[in-house]
Design a protein around this ligand. Structure first.
Ligand code: PLP
Length: 259
C-alpha cells in the first residue's frame, strides 16, 4: 500500500510498525548483538543475502527506526545515524573522499565544521577550498579540480544565517559530476528539504532541533538516491577493490592506482 503521509504523520509513525501485542512506542534496544538459532542465518546476514540486525555498530532496531524516519522526512532512500553532527559531516566526506582528494565548501559554515575541514581533514590528506557565498558561478567553478569529490554547504549557515542557494550549487556540482552535500541542521526537513532542490546528500546535527529536548547529541547522513556514482569519479563506491578477491596474495606487481 502506497503511503500518502504528510510530514507530521511521518514524524510520528515512520520507521516502526508495532506487531500485535508489541510495544506501542519504539523500544530502546540496548543490546550489542542479536541472537539467531543457527549459524547459517548469521552467515546470510554477513553475506548481505538478507537484511537484519546482528551487531549494533552496524544496525540496531531503535537506530534503524530513527534512520528510516529522517530518511522519509527528507525524501531520501536511506540514512545512517551517527553519534554527533560532527561525525555525520565527517562520514559524509570520508565516504567519498580520501587522501589526495579535494572538496569545495561554501565558506559560511559552523565553526566546528570549518575547523574539521580546514585542519583535521587536511591532516588526513583531504584538501578543502572555501568559497564565499558571494562568489559568482565562474569563481566557484574555477576552484573545481579533477580530484574534487563534492561541493558542501549549510542550508542556513550557523551562525551567520546565510541562505544557501541549493539549486544553484546543485546545478554547478552536477555539471562537474559531483554530489552536493548539504548540512540541513538549522531548517530541519520540516522547513526545507534540500533534495527537492537538487542536493544529493543531506547531513544533520540532530543535537539541535531534531532532538528538541536538549538531551542527546546525534547526527545523521541521508542519501537522496539516483546520483550517478558510476560516472568514473567514485570507483571505490562502485568497483571492487583490487584486493577484494584475494588478488593481493596472488599479484606479482603493484596494482594500478585507483583513480
Ligand atoms: C550546522 C551545524 N552542523 C554541525 C554541527 C555539529 O554538530 P554536533 O554538535 O552535534 O557535533 C553543528 C553544531 O552546532 C551545527 O550547528
Amino acid at each position: 500500500m502506497e503511503k500518502n503521509w504528510k510530514l507530521e504523520t511521518i514524524a510520528v509513525q515512520e520507521g516502526y510498525t508495532p506487531e500485535n501485542g508489541g510495544p506501542r512506542v519504539v523500544p530502546i534496544t540496548q543490546s550489542t548483538t542479536f541472537k539467531y538459532d543457527d549459524a547459517q542465518s548469521v552467515a546470510d546476514l554477513f553475506d548481505l543475502k538478507r537484511a537484519g540486525f546482528f551487531y549494533t555498530r552496524l544496525a540496531n532496531p531503535t537506530v534503524d527506526c530513527f534512520e528510516k524516519k529522517i530518511a522519509a522526512l527528507e525524501g531520501g532512500v536511506a540514512a545512517v545515524a551517527t553519534t554527533s553532527g560532527q561525525s555525520a559531516n565527517a562520514l559524509a566526506i570520508l565516504n567519498i573522499a580520501r587522501a589526495g582528494d579535494h572538496i569545495v565548501s561554501i565558506s559560511s559554515l559552523y565553526g566546528g565544521t570549518f575547523t574539521m575541514f580546514a585542519s583535521s581533514m587536511k591532516k588526513l590528506g583531504i584538501e578543502f577550498t572555501f568559497v564565499s557565498p558571494e562568489a559568482t558561478d565562474e569563481e566557484l567553478e574555477k576552484e573545481i579540480r579533477p580530484n574534487t569529490k563534492a561541493i558542501f554547504g549549510e542550508t542556513l549557515a550557523n551562525p551567520a544565517l546565510i541562505v544557501l542557494d541549493i539549486q544553484r550549487y546543485a546545478d554547478i556540482a552536477h555539471k562537474h559530476g559531483l554530489p552536493l552535500i548539504v548540512d540541513n541542521t538549522f531548517p530541519t526537513p520540516v522547513l526545507c528539504r534540500p533534495f527537492e532542490f537538487g542536493a544529493d546528500i543531506v547531513t544533520h546535527s540532530t543535537t539541535k532541533y531534531i532532538d528538541g529536548h536538549a538531551t542527546s547529541i546525534g547526527g545523521i547522513v541521508v542519501e537522496k538516491g539516483g546520483f550517478p556514482w558510476d560516472n568514473g569519479k567514485f570507483p571505490e563506491l562502485v568497483e571492487p577493490d583490487v584486493t577484494y578477491h584475494g588478488t593481493s596474495y596472488l599479484r606479482t606487481s603493484p596494482p594500478a592506482p585507483i583513480r
